[in-house]
Design a protein. Structure first.
Length: 258
């Protein structure tokens, strides 16, 4: 199927990890014909992903940005627009978790990690980029929730993280309604546990890392390819009638995990 993405320009956050969802998305979009701006707080990793995009014959650039810092987001977006003139697609993949522990043990600093990166960070990048999409009357945005936010009891030990991701869902749905008549589609992906380094480099939580390793052995983890294929569909004109939707991408594993 031709997704009609050739010649589009995409900005993808969270592209630093070489086994992460962000890199998988960037590479898939390049394969579909997009030029890709690779953003991450880890500049070296973003540069590696940008090189992978260029190896596919597409243009790319790497941006170092802390999405929780609005001034840095604005500066990064300005650099990207100076180089590429416009951006058609935004994928807010960057995220972080402070770890798994009882709510009564979670500190304010941990709240800041979960909320400022997952919710505020997504809002920062979206608001910085949205004006040029509105001016052009065209844009595709995909934000990220988590499979756990759509379970009856969330995920024990991750109350603030799941709350932030749930907030991202309602932010996305509400904004989709606000800009939907102006040529902009906004959708949400909710991944299940991924075969990535997320629970090592983000929260560093041994319990969750072990759970993900066990799920991987059972073939029950979500892969970067799974997520990338879903993103490519949602940012294409093939899915132009979809907006404000949550797409859960997770291997079947029962309702007690997430």
């Amino acid at each position: 199927m031709d997704l009609k993405l050739k010649g589009k320009v995409a900005l993808v956050t969270g592209t630093g990890s070489q086994i992460g969802f962000g890199k998988g998305i960037a590479v898939k979009l390049a394969e579909e014909g997009c030029d890709v701006i690779c953003a991450d707080i880890d500049l070296k990793g973003a540069e590696q992903t940008a090189a992978a995009v260029e190896n596919l014959g597409r243009k790319s650039m790497a941006l170092e940005v802390d999405i929780a810092d609005r001034s840095r987001v604005d500066a990064a977006v300005a650099r990207a627009l100076k180089t590429f003139d416009h951006i058609d697609v935004l994928v807010n993949c960057a995220g972080r978790a402070s770890g798994i522990r009882p709510f009564v043990e979670i500190t304010q600093d941990m709240w800041d990690i979960d909320i400022n990166i997952n919710l505020r960070g997504t809002m920062n990048v979206t608001q910085a980029l949205l004006p040029q999409m509105l001016a052009r009357g065209y844009g595709k945005i995909v934000n990220f929730s988590t499979h756990a936010a759509h379970q009856p009891t969330g995920l024990a030990g991750a109350a603030v993280y799941v709350a932030a991701k749930s907030g991202t869902v309602m932010f996305s749905k509400t904004l989709a309604g606000e800009v939907g008549t102006k040529g902009i589609n906004i959708n949400i992906i909710a991944p299940g546990p991924g075969a990535t380094n997320f629970h090592r480099i983000s929260g560093g939580d041994p319990q969750m890392a072990k759970l993900v390793d066990n799920l991987a052995k059972e073939g029950k983890t979500t892969t970067p390819e799974d997520i990338a294929n879903a993103v490519a569909f949602l940012v294409s004109d093939v899915s132009s009638k979809l907006s404000g939707q949550v797409l859960e991408v997770s291997a079947p594993m029962g309702r007690d995990r997430g």
